[in-house]
Ligand binder design. Structure first.
Ligand code: GLU
Length: 469
C-alpha cells in the first residue's frame, strides 16, 4: 500500500503567514492521521523574489509551531538537473516541443484574440510546425496539452471540478534561458516525492488541471487534491497586515502560545462536532479533509485570545514560564531578581489573554517605579495618605511571615483602626508599589515583592507625597 504523503510547498518570498501555517497544519495532520509522512519543499526557483531570510522565516515559523518535516526539506533550486532530465524526456517522447514564436508574434496573436473577444491562449503554431532549430534561435519548451476532452478531478473539499482542455493552452515548461517554470517543477517534485495528497490554497485551483495533464503525460496517476479556501479579515477582505499580525512569528512576539495558534487554525474552516479545544494529538485523531468548509473563513482575534488564555491556564507551567520569560526579554526586563515567573503566571493568568500583556502588566515586580500615574494620584492620594501609609509600613515591618494571609490581616487591622474604607488604604498602597491602581489583590501583590522592597517602595512614596507628589 502506498504511504500517505503530503507536502507543504511555500515560496520563500516573505514570512510564513497564517494562511500558509493553516495549510501546513492541514498537510501535517492529514499525513499523521494516516501514519504517513509530511514533507517540506521550498519553492525557491523565482530567484528574484526568494530570499534566504524568507527561507529562515519559514523554518522558524514551522519550528515554533512544531510542524516538523519527516525528512530534510527539499529545495527546488537544488533540483534543476532533475527538471532538465524530465524536459529532455518529454521532448524526446514528443510530449513537449520547442517553440520559436517571437515576442512580436505572440503579442500580435494576443491582440487579435482580444479583438475577437477570445480568451488569450497560445495557438499551437509551433506544435504543428515540426521545426528544427537551425539558426540557433531562442526557444521555449511547451507541453503538448491534450487537444480534446475534459480534465476532471474530485477535489476532496470542493467536489468534482471539470475543465475542458479547450480552455488550456500549451504551457511553457522551460523558459528561453532553460529554466523550468513553476507548474512544471511542482509536477516533477510531486512525482518524485511520491506525494499522494496535495493540500494547498485554492488560489492554485487553476493550476491543477494543467498539472494533472502533465502528470498523466509522464505516466503517473495524479495525487488527490484538496484546495483550502482563503482566510479573510473581519471586513471580508483577504487577510493582510491591515488586520493585525500576519506572520506566524508576529504571534509569538505578541505573546501567543503555539498550541493556541494551532488550535485556532485547525478550527478555522474545519469543525468536529462542537469541540473547540484540540491538542495536537486530538487534531490528528479527528482531522478530516472532507469536513473542511468550502467557503472562506473569517479570522477572529477574540477567539484566538480566548484559546490563548485557555492554554496559558492549562499548559504545563514550565512551558508557560519559558514563553513569559521571552516576553520579558523582548521588553528588556531582567527577571533574575524578583518573584518566580511561575508565581506571576499563577497570579496573572486570569487577567491576561497574552503573555505579552502578562509581562507588560507585571513589570513593576522587576523594575523600580519611576513615576506615579497622575490620575490615580489625583483620585486616591489625600492629605491623610502619608499617615496611613506610615501606619501600614510600621505594621508590615513587624510581620514575621511574609505571605498573603498575614499581610491581609495587617491591612484589615489598619483599615479597622483608622476607620477608613478598604480602597482608601489599598489604592494609595497600590500606587506606592506599582505606580498605578491595576494589580491583583493587594496581599498577593505585596507578597510577590520581598518584604524589604515593599517597605522601601512605601517609604519612597511617603517622601514623594510629602514633597507634593
Ligand atoms: N509555492 C506555492 C505557494 O507558495 C504552493 C504550491 C503548491 O502547494 O502546489 O503558494
Amino acid at each position: 500500500m502506498t504511504m500517505t504523503t503530503t507536502r507543504f510547498a511555500p515560496s520563500p518570498t516573505g514570512f510564513l503567514h497564517v494562511g500558509g501555517a493553516r495549510t501546513a497544519l492541514y498537510c501535517y495532520l492529514y499525513a499523521k492521521r494516516y501514519h504517513g509522512q509530511f514533507l517540506l519543499r521550498i519553492e525557491d526557483t523565482d530567484l528574484e523574489r526568494s530570499t534566504p531570510e524568507a527561507v529562515q522565516a519559514i523554518f522558524d515559523g514551522m519550528a515554533w509551531l512544531g510542524l516538523h518535516s519527516d525528512v530534510a526539506p527539499v529545495f527546488q533550486t537544488q533540483r534543476f538537473d532533475r527538471y532538465q532530465a524530465y524536459i529532455d524526456r518529454m521532448l524526446a517522447n514528443g510530449q513537449a516541443y520547442q517553440c520559436f514564436c517571437t515576442k512580436e508574434r505572440l503579442e500580435h496573436m494576443r491582440e487579435q484574440q482580444m479583438q475577437h473577444k477570445e480568451k488569450p491562449r497560445y495557438d499551437g503554431h509551433c506544435r504543428h510546425r515540426n521545426t528544427t532549430n537551425e539558426g540557433n534561435m531562442p526557444y521555449v519548451v511547451r507541453f503538448k496539452n491534450p487537444e480534446h476532452g475534459d480534465v476532471v478531478f474530485d477535489d476532496i473539499i470542493l467536489g468534482e471540478i471539470r475543465i475542458s482542455n479547450h480552455e488550456l493552452d500549451d504551457l511553457i515548461i522551460a523558459r528561453s534561458d532553460g529554466s523550468p517554470t513553476y507548474n512544471f517543477t511542482v509536477v516533477v517534485d510531486d512525482i518524485e516525492m511520491a506525494v499522494t495528497h496535495v493540500i494547498r490554497g485554492n488560489d492554485h485551483i487553476n493550476n491543477t488541471p494543467r498539472q494533472i495533464n502533465m502528470m498523466r503525460a509522464l505516466g503517473y496517476t495524479p495525487p488527490l487534491y484538496a484546495h483550502v479556501p482563503m482566510i479573510l479579515g473581519q471586513d471580508g477582505k483577504k487577510l493582510s497586515k491591515r488586520h493585525g499580525a500576519e506572520s506566524v512569528m508576529d504571534y509569538e512576539r505578541e505573546g501567543y502560545l503555539p498550541e493556541a495558534l494551532l488550535n485556532y487554525l485547525v478550527r478555522l474552516g474545519w469543525s468536529h462536532g462542537d469541540q473547540e479545544i484540540f491538542s495536537l494529538d486530538d487534531m490528528i485523531q479527528a482531522f478530516d479533509l472532507s469536513k473542511v468548509s468550502k467557503s472562506p473563513a473569517i479570522f477572529n482575534v477574540e477567539k484566538l485570545q480566548w484559546l490563548n488564555q485557555h492554554y496559558i491556564k492549562s499548559l504545563p507551567m514550565d512551558r508557560v514560564v519559558k514563553a513569559l520569560q521571552k516576553q520579558f526579554e523582548y521588553l528588556g526586563i531582567d527577571v533574575s531578581h524578583g518573584p518566580a515567573l511561575s508565581d506571576i503566571v499563577v497570579v496573572m493568568k486570569d487577567r491576561c489573554k497574552t503573555l505579552k500583556e502578562m509581562a507588560e502588566s507585571s513589570r513593576y515586580w522587576f523594575e523600580p517605579v519611576n513615576a506615579y500615574d497622575h490620575t490615580a494620584v489625583a483620585k486616591f492620594v489625600t492629605s491623610d495618605t502619608s499617615r496611613v501609609l506610615s501606619l501600614v509600613a510600621e505594621k508590615l515591618q513587624e510581620l514575621h511571615e511574609w505571605a498573603p494571609q498575614p499581610i491581609h490581616q495587617v491591612l484589615q487591622a489598619v483599615v479597622a483602626d483608622s476607620e477608613l474604607k478598604f480602597p482608601q488604604v489599598a489604592q494609595p498602597l497600590r500606587i506606592a508599589l506599582t505606580g498605578n491602581v491595576q494589580s491583583p489583590s493587594l496581599d498577593v501583590t505585596l507578597s510577590l515583592f520581598s518584604q524589604e522592597e515593599a517597605l522601601r517602595r512605601i517609604m519612597a512614596s511617603i517622601v514623594v507625597i510629602a514633597n507634593g507628589c
